[in-house]
Structure formats: C-alpha cells, structure tokens
Design a protein around this ligand. Structure first.
Ligand SMILES: *Cc1c(COP(=O)(O)O)cnc(C)c1O
Length: 341
C-alpha cells in the first residue's frame, strides 16, 4: 500500500506559520468499547474537541492561520457570525480575548426555532458573553456572510479596523490550516502501525473537509475522507468543500482532488440544529461507552452517520476507521431539556 508522503505535506504547510492558538497535536485514542458494541471495523477518535482555548473545537486549527492575516493587517476587531449556539463564533470570541482584540458577532435568528428556553442564553451563547464579545441580533437570510460583512462595514465607518472571519472560518486559508490535521493523524497512525481505511467527520461550512481532502491527497492517499452532511444541504456542502479546497490548493501550489469529496446525506435529521432519534442515540452511546461528550448539532450527527455506515457493512473487521471529534460539547447544555438524557 502506498504510504504517502507526510514530509511532502509538512513541507507544503511549513510555509504557513501558525499563531499558536490551538494546542496541537490533538490526541488519537482507540474507541474499543464502541467498536465492540457496533461489531464492525476497529474505531479511533481524533480529539479535535481538545484543541484547548475557550473549550476548543475544530475552528481553532483554521483560526491559527486565518487570524495571522488579521494580526498582520493590524486589525483591532474580529467580526464573525453564526446562530446563537455557533461553536465557530464562540472560538472566534475566545481567540479575540486571547489576542486582545475586540469581537463583534452577528447572531443569526430564524435559521431554526429555539429548541429550548436555554438555547439563546446557555452553552456557547454564555461563553460568547464570558469572552467579552459584543452580540448583534440579525435575521437569518440564508446568505451566511452577508450580515457579517455589513457589520464590518458599519464598524469601519465608526473608525474601527475590523477583520472579517468568514462563517465557519471556512475559506482557502482555513482549509490550509485543517490540512495540518492530516499530517498529525498520518504520523499518529504510522506510530501505531496502521493506515486508516477511512476518516469520518461531520461537514457543515466545508472548510474542515476541504483541508482533510487536501492533506490526504499527499499524506494518506489510500484513505477515504467521508463527510457526513449535518446541514440537510448535501449539494451545498459538496460545492463549498470544493470551493474552499480549490482556494486552499491554490495557496499550497497543489491541485484539489474533486473526485475525493464524498458528502453522505441522510443523517442530518429534519434540519440543521434539530436533533432526531439517531442524534440522541449517538450522544448517549458515546457517553455511556467512551465518556465522549458529543453535541446534538454536529458531532452526534457525524457519529450517527458513522454508525449507519458500519451497520451497512461498508468496512471490514480488520479496517481502521478514524472518527474526528470536531467539538461542540458546550451546545449539549443548551439543548439538554430537548434531549431527555
Ligand atoms: C463547525 C463545526 C463542524 C463543521 O466544520 P466545517 O468546517 O464547518 O464543515 C463540525 N463540528 C463542529 C462541532 C463544528 O463546530
């Protein structure tokens, strides 16, 4: 089996210096009890929920690269946005606090009906206030970056020097940042003596998957990257993965392997942010068997997708499959009353 060139990927990435917000490398751990329960391939988890700063998550790896541009541009304020329980804007707020920058966030209302009374105030919403972000309520229109840009324009007119962090921290530079997860993972798997058959994760704004595909095309060429759509918009997710991947490939002087983008539909439940029975089952199973804290918007739907693929017999017992835990645990508390856990 081709080993791929980890050094080649690391060489490409070495041209991009990280700010150092995320605590890396994140651990790779076996999921022995979950694998035993499901009866399929060997399972592992890459703990991207343990990137440290402000409760961590997958956005910090992207922010390490995207915010270097903000610092170099002399920005005094980070501007981003998301729904009230967005993990992305919570990580932007945490980074702003750590870097000594202001933080203004466009909080989208109307993308989903609040599932609990705590939705607007607990979990990530509480942490945003704790980290000192200023919150601006705006209506959801479907244009993910529109209100963020409008807010930045308003702040610039007031004399501030805003820097726009795109929705989900997904753009070409974010994808470059996420490719580093594959360099780490390839080394960690190599130390344990296996090449993963597949890497499975949930996919939303697409930057994470774009980076994983970019990295894997150099360092894990035999490994399937399987994105689980959690937005109930698989075509939009696929298109965004390709767009951010192409932009990242330009920055890295590579070509993006469009044919390696697999986005699996059918595990998002009724809509973004709305948990269904398989979501709740995955939250319970991960907690009971592995003391792994998943969230009902992203990581639990990702695991629900993995469980369904294992059940369908996609992999053999001697395959190694890595689940990427992308974070999101704070949202669990905001959803608690709707989950009956
Ligand atoms: C943002 C997020 C994702 C999705 O990552 P994208 O790069 O937006 O596709 C997955 N899991 C969690 C917990 C997230 O916060």
């Amino acid at each position: 089996m081709a080993r791929g060139s980890i050094a080649d990927l690391e060489g490409h990435l070495a041209r991009f210096r990280r700010l150092g917000l995320a605590r890396l490398p994140t651990p790779l751990e076996p999921l022995t009890r979950l694998a035993g329960h499901l009866g399929g391939p060997r399972l592992w988890v890459k703990r991207e929920d343990e990137t440290g700063l402000g409760f961590g998550g997958n956005k910090l790896r992207k922010l390490d690269h995207v915010l270097r541009a903000a610092v170099e541009a002399g920005a005094d304020t980070l501007v981003s946005g998301g729904v009230a329980q967005s993990n992305s804007q919570r990580q932007v707020a945490a980074a702003a606090a750590k870097l000594g920058l202001g933080c203004d966030l466009a909080v989208y209302h109307g993308r989903l009906a609040p599932p609990t009374p705590a939705y607007e105030t607990s979990g990530n919403a509480l942490l945003n206030r704790l980290y000192g972000a200023r919150l601006h309520d705006v209506p959801w229109t479907g244009d993910r970056n529109g209100a963020i840009r409008d807010l930045a324009d308003r702040l610039a007119a007031e004399g501030r020097r805003p820097f726009v962090v795109p929705y989900g921290v997904s753009d070409g530079l974010g994808a470059v940042g996420y490719a580093s997860a594959i360099a780490e993972l390839a080394r960690q798997c190599g130390e344990r003596g296996f090449t993963p058959r597949a890497v499975v994760h949930c996919s939303g704004s697409g930057g994470t998957q774009a980076g994983l595909v970019l990295g894997a095309s150099l360092a894990l060429p035999e490994t399937e990257i399987v994105g689980i759509d959690i937005d109930a918009e698989p075509d939009r997710v696929r298109a965004d993965v390709r767009r951010h991947g192409a932009a990242g490939a330009d920055l890295l002087d590579m070509t993006f392997a469009d044919d390696r983008v697999e986005v699996v539909a059918g595990h998002a439940g009724p809509a973004y942010g709305v948990p269904h029975a398989a979501t709740v089952d995955a939250v319970r199973l991960a907690g009971r068997l592995e003391a792994l804290v998943l969230d009902p918007v992203y990581s639990a739907k990702g695991l629900a997708g993995l469980i369904a693929l294992v059940g369908a017999g996609r992999w053999r017992p001697d395959d190694d499959v890595v689940f990427i835990h992308t974070g999101g645990a704070p949202a669990l508390f905001a959803y608690a009353a709707a989950l009956a856990i």
